[in-house]
Design a protein. Structure first.
Length: 169
């Protein structure tokens, strides 16, 4: 039954859009802001730090002001699924409200790259052996710097990785 639920969730992820396009908005901007994630390698040992790299890129035709804080519990929403076991819950994390310094101007075609915290620090328990599917949503609802500030939600690509049992005795 667990495998059926997991397969259903993964199939739904494939039919869910890979990113959200922002087409000509009320300010005349067109194009889209995208976020992609990748890991430093496809397989990790149990307990090994799992590092994820996020890249936010401005594909619009005008500069945008964006939230570049990338706080794991406030600005990024995490969906992690363990093959055969389902959804892995995130730890409760406190964060301070956004400050004006958390926003930067992104020029056309500019990219912000961030190394996100180790996944073992974000999720409620250390990751066990098995295959995982990760998707992150980048969210900004605040506009402290006026109309040029981008607000919305972007869903990243689906990232697969594996945690294998440690070969150390």
């Amino acid at each position: 039954m667990r495998k059926l639920i997991f397969i259903s969730i993964i199939l739904a992820c494939f039919f869910f859009p890979q990113g959200q396009d922002i087409r000509a908005d009320e300010f005349g901007r067109n194009g889209h802001l995208i976020m992609l994630i990748k890991s430093s390698k496809p397989k990790y040992e149990i307990g090994e730090p799992i590092s994820i790299i996020a890249a936010l890129k401005n594909h619009t035709d005008v500069p945008l002001i964006v939230n570049n804080r990338f706080h794991p519990g406030r600005d990024l929403e995490w969906d992690l699924f363990h093959d055969g076991f389902g959804y892995v819950p995130i730890k409760a994390m406190s964060s301070e409200p956004l400050k004006p310094d958390d926003f930067v101007r992104m020029e056309v075609a500019e990219e912000i790259i961030r190394f996100l915290p180790n996944l073992n620090e974000i999720f409620s328990a250390p990751l066990k052996a098995g295959r995982y599917a990760l998707r992150i949503s980048y969210v900004n609802k605040e506009k402290p710097k006026g109309d040029e500030t981008w607000t919305g939600l972007i869903v990243t690509n689906l990232l697969w990785f594996e945690v294998k049992p440690s070969e150390k005795i």
